[in-house]
Design a protein around this ligand. Structure first.
Ligand SMILES: [Zn+2]
Length: 446
C-alpha cells in the first residue's frame, strides 16, 4: 500500500476536478500518436476527465452525451514536450544581456515575465516542459509550476530543476570588482558533502530534476577524434556525489556538457541527460547508448547566439551538425530540447524540429523526439524497491495517458514546420486553444 502511494505521488497531478465526469470525443482526419511509425486515418479519441479513455475509428466511437470536437481534415498529435527550457530567462546572446536580467530585474518581475513565457509555450502546443534552471531566480520555477497546476495561469506541465550547480568562479556573474557582492546564476557548491546538502535542499524546495554544469571554456583541438574540448568544472568525486545523492532521492540528473571533456566527465559521473553535447564523438555516443543516457542537442539556440557571441560559437554549429548525423546512425536517444529562454520566447520553440529534419532526422522521428522519447526521459526514476517502474503519463495519444492533444492543418510528415502553427491545444482534457466546446455541438476546425 505504501509503495502504491509512493508511486502515485510521483505522477504529475492536475487540478481537473471540474472535468472529472466530462466526456469529449475529439475527431480529426489524421492521427499521429507519438509512438507508431505511421499515421492513422479516420480515428477519434474519447477523453474522460483529464485522461484519454479510448481510441477507435470515428464511426465506431459514438458516445451518448459526449461533447464532440470535430477538427475536420486536421492532423491530431500528442502535446509537444520541450526537455530543455528556461522560463525565467528572456534571451542572453551576450553576457551583458544575461547580467542585465540578474542585476536589474527583481525575481518577482522575472516571474511575471516567465508567466508570459509559459503561456506562449502552451499556446504553441508545448504541453510539458523540463525547465532547466532559473538562472539566479532561486525557486521561482516551483512557484510557476504550482500556479499552472492550480489553474492560476495557463502553461505546460512543468518538470523543474530549481537552481543548477557549479563550483566557485565557474559560472556568471563574473568579471566584477571583488569589492562587490554579485548575484549568482546558479547555486555555488564546492566539495562532495556540500553538494549532497545542496541536492537535498533543492529537493526539499521542489526540484524534480537536478542540473549541474559539467564544463566551461570550450576550445577547438587539433585532435580529429576530439574536435571540441573543454574545462571540467567539478572533480570526479564531486560530480559522483551529486549524481549519487540525486539518485538516492529519486531524482534524475541533467548535465550541461558541451566539449569532449565535459561529456566524458558527466558520463563517468552517471548523469541521465547530456545538454548541448556539441563535442560528441562516436566513442562518447556509444557510451551514451550503453548507459541509456539521452541527448538534448539544443541546436537552434547555438545558431541564435553564435552571431552575437563570436569566438568559438560559430564554429560549434557545423560540429554539432556533424555530431547529430552520427548520433542518428548510432542510435543515440535524442530528446527534443530547445533552450528556449536562452533565445527570446517570441521565437516559436517548434523551430528546432525543422532543423533536426534538415540535419537528417525523419519527420516522424523528430515528432517522437518531442513526444514519446522526451516523455521517456521525463519518466520518474524507479524506486529501488519498486517491482514495476512507473511509466510516463504524457507523450502519446494512448488510453490512460493525459489528454494532452494538439492539432495542425498541414501534414507535418511532409512539412515539419507545420508544427509551428498549432491551432488547437488541449491539456488534461481542458481546451487551452481552439475555442469553446458546447454540449453536443460540432465546432468548426478553427
Ligand atoms: Zn539551457
Amino acid at each position: 500500500m505504501l509503495l502504491l502511494i509512493l508511486l502515485l505521488a510521483q505522477a504529475p497531478r492536475e487540478t481537473a476536478a471540474s472535468h472529472a465526469a466530462e466526456r469529449v470525443v475529439v475527431k480529426a482526419a489524421h492521427l499521429i500518436d507519438g509512438k507508431s511509425d505511421a499515421p492513422r486515418e479516420g480515428m477519434a479519441v474519447l477523453v474522460e476527465g483529464d485522461r484519454i479513455q479510448k481510441i477507435a475509428p470515428a464511426a465506431e466511437l459514438q458516445v451518448a452525451g459526449a461533447k464532440v470536437i470535430d477538427l475536420g481534415n486536421a492532423w491530431l498529435l500528442p502535446g509537444l514536450i520541450d526537455a530543455h527550457t528556461h522560463a525565467l530567462l528572456q534571451g542572453d546572446i551576450t553576457a551583458a544581456e544575461y547580467d542585465e536580467q540578474l542585476l536589474k530585474e527583481s525575481i518577482p518581475y522575472r516571474a511575471l515575465r516567465a508567466s508570459a513565457a509559459v503561456r506562449t509555450a502552451v499556446m504553441n502546443g508545448f504541453t510539458a516542459i523540463r525547465d532547466l534552471e532559473t538562472e539566479g531566480a532561486m525557486y521561482a520555477d516551483v512557484d510557476l509550476k504550482t500556479a499552472i497546476a492550480r489553474g492560476v495561469i495557463p502553461g505546460p506541465r512543468m518538470f523543474v530543476v530549481t537552481r543548477a550547480m557549479a563550483p566557485t568562479g565557474m559560472y556568471p556573474l563574473s568579471g566584477y570588482s571583488w569589492e562587490l557582492h554579485m548575484p549568482e546564476g546558479v547555486q555555488i557548491v564546492d566539495g562532495a558533502e556540500n553538494i549532497r546538502r545542496a541536492v537535498r535542499e533543492e529537493v526539499k524546495y521542489g526540484a524534480d530534476w537536478i542540473k549541474y554544469y559539467s564544463d566551461r571554456r570550450y576550445y577547438k583541438s587539433n585532435d580529429p577524434r576530439r574536435p571540441l574540448r573543454s574545462m571540467v568544472n567539478f572533480t570526479a568525486e564531486e560530480a559522483k556525489a551529486l549524481v549519487d545523492e540525486a539518485h538516492r532521492l529519486n531524482r534524475k540528473v541533467a548535465a550541461h556538457a558541451m566539449g569532449w571533456d565535459g561529456i566524458d566527465a558527466a558520463l563517468k559521473a552517471g548523469a541521465d541527460s547530456i545538454e548541448h553535447g556539441d563535442g560528441l564523438n562516436e566513442e562518447l555516443m556509444d557510451r551514451m547508448v550503453r548507459q541509456g543516457v539521452y541527448w538534448c542537442p539544443t541546436i537552434y539556440v547555438g545558431i541564435w547566439v553564435a552571431q552575437g557571441r563570436g569566438g568559438i560559437w560559430p564554429d560549434m554549429i557545423p560540429m554539432e551538425r556533424e555530431a547529430f548525423a552520427k548520433a542518428l546512425k548510432r542510435g543515440v536517444r535524442i530528446a527534443y530540447g530547445t533552450d528556449a529562454g536562452g533565445y527570446a520566447w517570441t521565437e516559436n520553440q517548434a523551430k528546432e524540429l525543422s532543423i533536426m529534419v534538415r540535419y537528417g532526422m525523419q519527420p516522424m522521428a523528430a515528432i517522437k523526439s518531442a513526444t514519446s522519447v522526451a516523455a521517456a526521459l521525463l519518466d520518474p526514476m524507479c524506486l529501488p524497491q519498486a517491482a514495476v517502474c512507473p511509466s510516463s503519463d504524457i507523450g502519446a495519444v494512448a488510453p490512460g495517458k493525459y489528454a494532452d492533444l494538439i492539432a495542425v492543418e498541414k501534414n507535418p510528415l511532409e512539412d515539419i514546420s507545420s508544427l509551428e502553427h498549432v491551432f488547437f491545444v488541449m491539456k488534461g482534457g481542458e481546451i487551452i486553444k481552439g475555442g469553446e466546446v458546447k454540449g453536443g455541438e460540432v465546432p468548426k476546425s478553427r
